[in-house]
Design a protein around this ligand. Sequence first.
Ligand code: XBP
Ligand code: MG
Length: 252
Amino acid sequence: MSTLHALIFDVDGTLAETERDGHRIAFNHAFADLGLDWHWDVPTYGRLLAITGGKERMLAYWQEIDPQAAARPEAAALIAELHRRKTAHYVRLVAEGGIGLRPGVRRVLEQARDAGLRLAIATTTTPDNVEALINATLGADGMGWFEVVGAGDAVPRKKPDPGIYTWVLERMALHPEHALALEDSTNGLRAAHGAGLRTVVTTGAYTHHENFAGALAWLDGLGDDAAPASGQVQGQPWSGVVGLAELRQWAA
Ligand code: XBP
Ligand code: MG
């Protein structure tokens, strides 16, 4: 039996539904800033989410629509400038309060804190984005809730590579057996599994159609009293409200 000591949270899609109405809008603002005729509508962005990392996503799109231009030596500088602007737009959008935590996220974070569990973040997104979201949702001391924040280019390869989870586990001197990862995407699940972490998946707007076989739990959210979560736990149908007690039981 393994004791649960820590929860490691993904950010985009897991803590909050940031992609469609946050990141996507910010990318489009950055494209407009630099006079590009690129525009990512909701389905296009959904397809592009298969590529993790904003810089990587823009480059992949550019290679798709104009491979010659994307191969020029100056391409990297344009991607960097677009991403700098995109991050600024995203941080502003989030600071304006446009995006809240998903239902149940605050509950689980607070229960874990009260019980003395260790909390961490392992995400592909840029550190500034994490800070903006946490400050806007948990308040000015929110970042202090997390012992370790692994984000963005801290590792050379982004999810589904397990690097960011391994990076976080190493910094916490934590064995994966004593932690759970919380994720929303197959790329995230592969990353967490690659680092040896059992994973609770809460699917979201862009990931509800993905297959999460092998996850410890595969649910449509953490749920609350008004709208309980449903899905499966260890392959069995499950419905209810996820709290620390449930996570501990599943991890045991
Ligand atoms: C989500 C991502 C990120 C964001 C955009 O990561 O793949 O690339 O879409 O953020 P996760 P950046 O689900 O691991 O949080 O532009 O900063 O990359
Ligand atoms: Mg995610």
